[in-house]
Design a protein around this ligand. Sequence first.
Ligand code: ATP
Length: 316
Amino acid sequence: DVQIRRGVDMKELYDLQSELGRGKFGTVYRCRERATGLQLAAKVVATPRREDRRNVEREVDVMRQLRHPRLIQLYDAFDNGKVMCVVLELIEGGELFERVIDDDFILTEKSCTVFMRQICEGIEFVHKQNILHLDLKPENILCLTKTGNRIKIIDFGLARKFDPTKKLQVLFGTPEFVAPEVVNFDQIGFGTDMWSVGVICYVLLSGLSPFMGETDIETMANVTIAKYDFDDEVFNEISTEAKDFIQKLLIKEKEGRLTATQCLGHEWLKSQATVALDKTRLKRYVIKKRWIKAVYTIIALRRMGAKLEWDDTNAL
Ligand code: ATP
């Protein structure tokens, strides 16, 4: 069982290598355990405020309860006062959507169901542990390898333990993927994650984002009234079972949505449809996201000053 280690120099035990990715809270590096040679990933988060430390502690605490093949596994954790470092299993296949838009990959309804089934299996386990992920989005679904079809759910940074007898409201997540109850600051629940599963499925099949507006405010307005449709011509080639799966998740009232277990029993997940879907829109969607991310990275680096970033890893 992983305990956060304090007063231990993580650099004596691990070599930090190249950067793998960057999120709002931390930077993820490839790393190697000196004793075993094991390749791992290290998420480094600066914790200048008590609140930052509490967030990482919560993430580690949640991950300790989540031992499952569809979920990123915790390996080790450190806290030296200035910086916290969470050592994770390394996932080398990159983001699911990047993989899917590759010209070598033929996207069919059948292949979509392979991914959606694994997402539902992972979430079913999370929910069985009474935990909510609360940040399900395509960026947080990674492929295990560059060529296989296995995926893992990552980033439990916003995850919460859920006590159905207590009121839990949150104000975070990504407008495109968050449920109406999050936008409305109402009580959340297991259904809150299932909404995001529905949005991910819609985008994966069509390359269109069901609630996306010109601005975040517009997107949130669309979400609150659960306004979406299958009117675009891309949906002509999508089966009624697939639409039914999505429709049973994108329901305004969270109680009405399918649970992860119910999703796993849905007819669509047995789909054998091997007609190649048109990936033009999905490619456009992924490329646009890459651009937005690059711009935000530049803005963030300018704001902090690149030196500070470098100091964070050096402070380890
Ligand atoms: P967010 O802004 O999405 O909340 P975050 O700061 O919590 O991000 P993560 O989402 O955990 O950070 O990681 C940021 C990025 O690093 C991911 O999008 C992914 O590309 C990469 N990454 C994270 N964990 C791993 C891992 N175990 N193996 C490989 N790459 C990873």
